[in-house]
Structure formats: C-alpha cells, structure tokens
Design a protein around this ligand. Structure first.
Ligand SMILES: C[S@@+](CC[C@H](N)C(=O)[O-])C[C@H]1O[C@@H](n2cnc3c(N)ncnc32)[C@H](O)[C@@H]1O
Length: 256
C-alpha cells in the first residue's frame, strides 16, 4: 500500500488534548510529554491504573496468537512491557522490535529490559509510526498499546502498520476508549480531570502532562470509529473487545 499521501499544509490543525494545534506542532508537544514522564512512566502506570494495565496487556498477549519463532513489532512500545513478554514467547528463533519515536522512553525501556535479562532476540529502533523503517511484509504481529492516540496522522500510521505486516499477520491496538456504562463515565471523568493531574504533580512534578493524558483520551476515536479506520487502512476481520467496561478497548485486525 502506498504511504505517500499529498503533503498536508502547515495551516492544517489537529488536537493536542483539548487544544487545537498545527499538525506540524503536535509531534513536538507529544515528545515533550514523554521526555518529561519517561523516568517515572512505569510507576505512574501502576499508580494511575491501580495495576490494571497489566491485566489489559495480559489479555492483549492472549489475543495475539504469537508463537515461537515469530517476528513481533512493539510499536510506540515505550518502556517495553510487551517486548519483555513477547521475547519469551518467540524465543531464540524469533525476534521482537521495540520501536518508539521518543529517545527517553526507548532508553528507559532498554535499561529495564537489560535488567530483566531480556537480551538476544530484541532490537531497539527509534521510529515514527507514520513511516515505519521496515520492509513490506516483515512482521507476524504488530502491537501498539496506548500509543495511537498520540500519533498525529493515525490513518497514515495504520497504513504503515498494514504494510509491514506479513500476509496472515495481525495488528492489535490497545487504547483508551469510550466507557459503555453512563454512571461510570461521570466517576471516570472526575478521576481523569481531578485526580490524574494531581498525582502527576506530586510524583513527576508535571501536572500538565497528565492533564494532556486525560484530554487526549477524550479526544481519541471511539470503538466503532477506530474499527472503521482500521478497515480503511486495509485490515480485514476487524473486531474489538471492551475492557473494564470500555475504559479501554482492544482492537484486532488481519492482513490477508
Ligand atoms: C503511553 S506510552 C505507551 C507505552 C507502552 N506501549 C505501554 O503500553 O506502556 C505512548 C508511547 O507512544 C510513543 N509515541 C508517540 N507518538 C509516536 C509516534 N508517532 N511514533 C512512535 N511512537 C510514538 C511515545 O513516545 C510513548 O512512548
């Protein structure tokens, strides 16, 4: 599939949380967020999700169908939670690539995985999801977890993921989504806009990055919108699971 699309004009805008910014500016703003939070990213993940992100990630791995000897791309992989698990599953004959646009997140991930003894079948690549530096038909599985909403041109990124998947390969998108129970939405809104920035201020000395987290979740595509985007990018048999009543959704699609 051709990734070359007409150039967007500089005047074109997109969302950075609730703010409207020039498309050219968003990548830099997102970079600042992840440079700022990288050192405490794992701690904050556990604190803010009460550890539940581990259950969502376990479910994603169970749905991946990844086996020994396969090639997996952990895209926007940050501190490498998926890379650590997939490295064990694919074994010596397989390979996992941890790719992220942000050097601070990659550095924290590399250090963590080395300390865990994850070496040998893992490679680290600094890359933008919109234009992946891999050959066509390379991976059996691409996983992007809590990464897609930060990408400026999500359609372009989805086409890029499709291109690098082998025929028969699958994409798993784990991302915040739209709660399906209304009373939960109110509680969740209170938590997101009041508690998240406060915890960010106390632990990372950065309330703004966690305000962006809450806002970016609200601005991200809902379950059926993301499903349609994946279908538009070429994926077949696209479906999704709501996790924790839709606070998070796991979308899966195939390249046939
Ligand atoms: C919330 S973290 C998720 C990390 C990890 N996947 C996880 O689930 O814990 C989002 C990651 O997306 C990365 N990211 C943002 N925009 C990206 C892009 N255009 N291409 C690749 N990675 C990107 C960030 O640098 C950050 O590491």
């Amino acid at each position: 599939m051709n990734e070359q699309q007409p150039q967007n004009s500089q005047a074109e805008t997109t969302h950075f949380g609730f703010k409207t910014v020039a498309k050219a500016e968003k990548q830099q703003l997102v970079a600042q967020v992840f440079h700022s939070v990288a050192g405490k990213y794992d701690l904050m993940n556990d604190l803010l999700s009460f550890g539940i992100h581990r259950v969502w990630k376990r479910f994603t791995i169970d749905c991946s169908g990844v086996r020994k000897g396969q090639k997996v791309l952990d895209l926007a992989g940050g501190t490498g939670d998926f890379t650590a698990k997939f490295s064990l599953i694919v074994g010596e004959t397989g390979e996992v690539v941890l790719a992220d646009i942000n050097s601070s997140m990659l550095e924290v991930g590399r250090e963590k995985l080395r300390n865990l003894g994850v070496v040998g079948n893992v490679n680290y690549v600094q890359a933008n999801a919109e234009c992946l530096p891999f050959a066509d038909n390379t991976f059996d599985c691409v996983v992007i977890s809590f990464g897609l909403r930060n990408v400026t041109d999500k359609d372009k990124a989805l086409r890029s993921m499709y291109r690098v998947l082998k025929p028969g390969g699958r994409l798993l998108v784990l991302e915040f989504s739209k709660p399906i129970i209304e009373p939960l939405s109110h509680l969740y809104n209170f938590y997101s806009f009041n508690i998240l920035p406060k915890v960010g201020e106390v632990v990372v000395n950065d309330a703004d990055s966690y305000r962006y987290l809450a806002e970016s979740i609200r601005m991200h595509s809902k379950q059926d919108e993301l499903k349609a985007m994946m279908e538009n990018a070429g994926f077949d048999n696209v479906g999704y699971y709501n996790l924790s009543a839709g606070i998070v959704a796991l979308h899966r699609g195939y390249k046939f």
